[in-house]
Write a protein that binds this ligand. Sequence first.
Ligand SMILES: NC(=O)c1ccc[n+]([C@@H]2O[C@H](COP(=O)([O-])OP(=O)(O)OC[C@H]3O[C@@H](n4cnc5c(N)ncnc54)[C@H](OP(=O)(O)O)[C@@H]3O)[C@@H](O)[C@H]2O)c1
Length: 347
Amino acid sequence: MSSHTVFRFTARNGVDNIQAFKEPIPTVGQYEILIKVRSVALNQRDVHIATDTYPLPVKEGVISGSDMAGEVAQVGDLVKGFSIGDPVLAPLNPTFLYGQLLPEHGSDTFGALRDGMLREYVVLPAHCIIKLPKSSHSFTQWAALVQSRATMWNAFYGNTVLKPGDTVLALGTGGVSMIALILAKAAGATTIITSSSDRKLELVKSRFGVDYTINYNTHPNWASEVQRITNGQGANHIIETSGVGTIGQSLESVARGGIVSVIGFMTTIPQEEMPNVAMLSLTKGCAVRGVQGGSKQQLEEAVRFVRSRELVMPVDKVFSFSRDDIVAGLKYIQSGKHIGKVCINLE
Ligand SMILES: NC(=O)c1ccc[n+]([C@@H]2O[C@H](COP(=O)([O-])OP(=O)(O)OC[C@H]3O[C@@H](n4cnc5c(N)ncnc54)[C@H](OP(=O)(O)O)[C@@H]3O)[C@@H](O)[C@H]2O)c1
């Protein structure tokens, strides 16, 4: 077989503009590995890219999808440590291997500036690939952890370290917040999740064991609920997934000396309603930290933790590798009905 199917965005004004193409399977260089893609986790980011609302540069006609789990199909002559059939992952940005995200790493990410993972085969440099340990996790489960898990590992361990006994507040029930919940619980934290839906909050409680829930529609001033739940102490770590529309209340919710990890950009508000982030953070003595993905090292550490504790990733729905199913998967994310991750399986 010399050709394979890839899915590219042909325009960026809606998720329907994704089309299948038959293209040659890339050849493997001496230091590279050919991976047979087995599962791809979709993200809100893919919807942002499809609808031209992603704030970072995107290549024209990009292959969509960034989070892949697969198996080694061919190994370059000079590669050591990998064999055909090994299960593997790749980080979101193949140049961000460790430390802080530096200008030279740019926004060189899969599914945006680089072609992504909605394809049958991908060739990658061996040094950016993570070999997965033996575990009970399926390819779908592993794919589900790539971006959200590396980002969360960066949020919890890249700066102010999460400690047992801390309180973690994560906004919403999407992929990032559900992974935050699973990681934080396993690390011994008390957890709080907000949502617009009581149904979702009940599911998050029964399935994932969150300690406290707040419906942000029923409690538009949800920061006072956080203060009530925490006896006026506030939450030590806040996973701010929704952006300027909520950061004011996130800063009202944070504990003194705590940290607000700014991750998402789902909401906007008029300029005149923008909160005074400088004054709010000064009075709380807290850190406000932008988090842009995570490094390969952070993803490796997350993989080790997930394997050692056999943590189950929150996969809501799985779709197949066809154009109609991929569009349906992206539309499902757009609908906001999901809890956790949505994946495309290639079988
Ligand atoms: N910086 C990074 O490295 C990084 C990495 C991954 C993702 N992101 C960004 O983070 C954001 C979330 O990503 P995701 O993959 O988790 O998305 P997702 O799975 O689609 O989840 C988004 C969730 O946000 C919640 N939400 C929407 N408006 C809200 C509001 N006003 N207040 C509180 N919650 C609200 C919704 O929860 P309910 O339906 O329960 O209300 C929704 O389920 C996106 O903007 C994404 O691009 C950034």
